[in-house]
Design a protein around this ligand. Structure first.
Ligand code: TYM
Length: 332
């Protein structure tokens, strides 16, 4: 039998997940799970690259795991685990740090954006080498495909560069992974500034929808969403706020954006906002019920992440042993 292709991806437990995380990545993961050998990780080690309260990190880590399962990832089919439970991630990251360059890391736009938001004395080395840990995550599992949102494209490029550099230096070691970014809705934008991405770290909570938001909160946030003064619903870059609402609608209903725009001819923005809110509420309802249930069943979550780490560890060690041998470490 032909070996199944491998998928790896992860999310940071830096807060509750947003509609951007869900539509940009998680929903795609669910649709890919039956065809691939999949590893999905909660990347708690990435989350501490910026200041984080320990109790929040603990809560968010379990929440993200519950979100994965509630959104439809099946623990029987995919490997779900917590990054810090598999020490091979940190070990490979160190080795890869020694094959990554200051110059290329300095060019990462996410580092530049995130470091701008911090006091310059508080920018950690961890934030700077964040993409190297991400490369280690992916390369440990010899992943072929990495389903992510558009904002992670540059991190995938550097992962490929690091893998190729290592392979050229020491012979074939790593599979060089491809990014899987769905063309249609790769970026869900902020509801308050449709030119920047929807992010849970936004200081204005009206900018994002959380997967756990209650129906009335979702209605209110869409109602207040920033649009334009054109007054006609078109699917165009000239109307980024409306375009974003249509994208959300489209991704959930699988209707084509142009068709949706057509249905709102002669109608106002208020109606579109109300309808998008209802579609989102309906989509999230069963997920929210399941999240509530899972968070009350911590023993079940514990069983999932323990078994997940055991499976992940086996695959990760296989690669790590090879890497250590190639760089010249003596095995014991
Ligand atoms: P993170 O935690 O910021 O986001 C998780 C996933 O959600 C996607 N995403 C979005 N997609 C569309 N629109 C948005 N507004 C939006 N916001 C977030 C992200 O693209 C991502 O796919 N560095 C990664 C985590 C990571 C990782 C990895 C990913 C660590 N190691 C290895 C893949 C493979 C991150 O910060 O994602």
């Amino acid at each position: 039998m032909e070996k199944r292709k491998v998928i790896f991806s992860g999310m940071q437990p830096s807060g509750s997940l947003t509609l951007g995380n869900y539509l940009g990545a998680l929903k795609n993961w669910v649709s890919l799970q039956s065809e691939y050998d999949s590893y999905y990780c909660v990347v708690d080690m990435h989350a501490i690259t910026v200041p984080k309260e320990p109790k929040d990190l603990r809560r968010n880590t379990l929440e993200v795991l519950a979100n994965y399962i509630a959104a439809g990832l099946d623990p029987e089919q995919v490997t779900l685990f917590i990054q810090s439970h598999v020490p091979a991630h940190a070990e490979l990251a160190w080795i890869l740090n020694c094959f990554s360059y200051y110059g290329e890391l300095s060019r990462m736009t996410q580092f530049k954006d995130k470091s701008k938001k911090q006091d310059s004395n508080a920018i950690t080395a961890g934030l700077f080498t964040y993409p190297v840990l991400m490369a280690a995550d992916i390369l440990l599992y010899q992943a072929d495909l990495v389903p992510v949102g558009e904002d992670q494209r540059q991190h995938l490029e550097i992962t490929r560069d690091i893998a190729q550099r290592f392979n050229n230096r020491f012979s074939e070691t790593f599979t060089v992974p491809e990014a899987y970014i769905s063309k249609d809705v790769a970026k869900i934008m902020s509801l308050q500034d449709p030119n920047s991405k929807m992010s849970k770290s936004d200081s204005n909570e009206n900018a994002y929808i959380l997967l756990m938001d209650k129906p009335d909160v979702i209605r209110r946030k869409f109602k207040r969403s920033v649009t334009d003064s054109v007054g006609v619903v078109n699917y165009t870059d000239e109307q980024p706020g409306i375009k974003n609402l249509i994208n959300i609608y489209s991704k959930i209903t699988n209707k084509q954006p142009e068709e949706i725009a057509g249905e709102y001819q002669g109608k106002g923005y208020a109606e579109l906002k109300e309808d998008v809110a209802e579609v989102v509420i309906e989509e999230l309802k069963p997920i929210q019920e399941k999240i509530d249930y899972l968070l009350k069943n911590k023993d079940y979550l514990e069983k999932i992440y323990i078994e997940g780490a055991q499976k992940a560890e086996i695959a990760a060690q296989k690669t790590l042993r090879k890497v250590k041998r190639k760089v010249g470490f003596i095995s014991r």
